[in-house]
Design a protein around this ligand. Structure first.
Ligand code: CFN
Ligand code: HCA
Length: 538
């Protein structure tokens, strides 16, 4: 068994003392069942080749961009707009009579003169053209770095446009430089959706035995949401809104009327889940639709939440039907992948979500990390303490109570919710570290240099990565799959998605291409140099 501490020491060894001290906090070896603390969500050291993106990417690219029937205008240079155009593969379809603008890239194409004289007028003109040409339900405006630097008031432009055209125009001040990663952009997007969209359209109360859900933190990458909803619909659930994959503006406006929020990606949308619970009394449950076992557990948990006998029965029937359709093929790919090892380095949730699925095809994850996860994504978060109520208000189905100037509406009796919280992942999340085996490595904000050391030392068969590191890994002769966009494949969620992933992974690992690739350490002479009189081999 490889001594992981030695691998980590080797990574840290090359750094100057200050950098080493910083990076040390972000790297750990899991050597017991304890959950150690990890440094996360802090600024990347300048000069290090990080894989992180920016605040604008997190707001426009991730959370707002997938809403299908809005025109999403990027106020900034064309490059920023181009960057967030289509590469994420968040798919969407227009609903009956609806519109879908996902294939367009709308930008104000800021030029030097706009930087000098201000870009507000150009933005107002862009909104006017968008309304006249496309007549969308709503418009978003996302700010890029220069907008904040020159002080264009996009909030005012948006307000004026709203008055003039009578449609919602949401302005996001998500300049790229805000915060330390995409994460700040998620938060900005969540806040505005909550403040200005969610709760603005009411739908009648669900009929008896109608079980309604929202899926939060699911962006329909490669069609994941379609596969998840197919199974949920088959069991009998109605999905009101998926935030924000494949959703229309009005779905999101109505989402407060559903019964339960399911949270797939905790990192990008926990804020909305929390705020909906506080404002509308709808609990949230952590789910994982990736992998057969995770999918089945998730479906069982949802059924248990509602506690309806028919629903529980239908859930079991659908699970067995779906599994029986794929188990032979999964077993075949498992034979091909059994005993191989994987590394996962993806944004803020997938490095955790995919470990179960990899396990189902016989692969252990030996190193994992997030680009921008927070400490709770790594270490987990406990049940958020309940709103404390007077004894006589317990057991009442629908009440409104005032606490800390907030109104809480309770949909299910508090004592039932309290019981359920003991059995189900309601308002709680087990972090990535919890699920990793011992003698594995967890690295936050992994950089290219550290990736190279880890790959050379541990030679995994699979590296789940992004566009920035994929090819440097493949040049080392290791199969690397983009876990953001699934390269050109998908869906990977749900049962049918699990087979797609298993098939792609088995094929990727076994392609003969790797035997033609000679990794650099086999053909290049080692570089030697002298550091303060000490012979140093790199
Ligand atoms: S689709 Fe999500 S699942 S939203 Fe987030 S944290 Fe990014 S865009 Mo890339 S693939 Fe990635 Fe997650 Fe949530 Fe995607 S792991 S980095 S910001 N992400
Ligand atoms: C982003 C979007 C991204 C980038 C993917 C990658 C995505 O945060 O900028 O680096 O390969 O999923 O498209 O995470």
């Amino acid at each position: 068994m490889k001594d992981m501490n030695k691998v980590v020491d080797k990574m840290l060894d090359a750094y100057p003392a200050k950098v080493m001290k910083n990076r040390k906090e972000h790297i750990l070896v899991k050597d017991s069942d304890d959950i150690p603390k990890i440094g996360a969500n802090t600024r990347t050291i300048p000069g290090i080749i990080t894989n992180r993106g920016c605040c604008y990417a997190g707001c426009k690219g991730v959370v707002i961009g997938p809403i299908v029937d809005m025109v999403h205008i990027v106020h900034g240079p064309v490059g920023c707009s181009y960057y967030a155009w289509g590469t994420r593969r968040n798919k969407g379809k227009a609903k009956d009579g609806g519109k879908n603008f996902l294939s367009y890239a709308f930008t104000t194409d800021m030029q030097e003169s706009d930087i000098v004289f201000g870009g507000d007028k150009k933005l107002a003109q862009a909104i006017k053209e968008a309304v006249e040409t496309f007549n969308p339900k709503a418009i978003s405006v996302s700010a890029t770095c220069p907008v904040g630097l020159i002080g264009d008031d996009i909030q005012k432009v948006a307000k004026d446009a709203e008055k003039e055209y009578g449609i919602p125009v949401l302005a996001f001040s998500c300049e790229g430089y805000k915060g330390v990663s995409q994460s700040a952009g998620h938060h900005i997007a969540n806040n505005k959706l909550m403040k200005d969209v969610i709760g603005t359209i009411d739908i009648p109360k669900p009929k008896e035995k109608e079980f309604t859900l929202n899926i939060l933190g699911e962006y329909n990458i490669g069609g994941d949401e379609w596969e998840i909803s197919r199974v949920l619909n088959k069991i009998g659930y109605k999905v009101v809104a998926c935030m924000t994959g494949n959703s229309e503006y009005e779905d999101i406006a109505k989402s407060h009327n559903a019964d339960l929020n399911l949270v797939q990606c905790h990192r990008s949308i926990n804020y909305i889940a929390e705020m909906i619970e506080i404002k509308y009394g709808m609990p949230w449950m952590k789910v994982n639709f990736i992998g057969m076992e995770n999918m089945s557990n998730t479906l069982r948990n949802i059924a248990k939440y509602f506690g309806d006998e028919d629903l529980i029965k239908r859930t079991e029937a659908v699970i067995s039907e779906e599994i029986s359709e794929i188990e032979d093929e999964m077993a075949y790919y498992k034979e091909m992948c059994e005993g191989k090892t994987a590394m996962l380095y993806v944004g803020g949730s997938r490095a955790h979500h995919y470990q179960g699925l990899l396990g189902e095809i016989g692969m252990d994850t030996i190193l994992a990390g997030y680009e921008f996860g927070h400490r709770d994504d790594y270490e987990g978060r406990d049940v958020i303490p309940d709103i404390k109520l007077d004894a006589d208000t317990r057991n009442i189905e629908e009440i409104t109570v005032e606490k800390d100037e907030q109104k809480y509406r309770l949909r299910i009796p508090v004592n039932r919710l309290e019981e359920l919280k003991k059995e189900l992942p309601l308002n709680q999340y087990k972090g990535l570290i919890t699920d990793m085996k011992t003698n594995t490595v967890v690295i936050d904000d992994l950089n290219h240099y550290e990736t190279e050391i880890a790959v050379k030392a541990l030679k995994p068969s699979f590296f789940g990565s992004g566009i920035k590191d994929k090819y440097m890994i493949q040049k080392m002769g290791i199969y690397s799959k983009q876990m953001h966009s699934y390269d050109y494949s998908g869906p990977y969620a749900g049962y049918k998605g699990a087979v797609n992933f298993a098939r792609d992974t088995a094929a990727g690992i076994h392609t003969p291409a790797w035997s033609y690739t000679i990794p650099p350490w086999k053909k290049e002479p080692m570089i030697t140099g002298k550091v303060e009189g000490v012979e140093k081999v790199c």
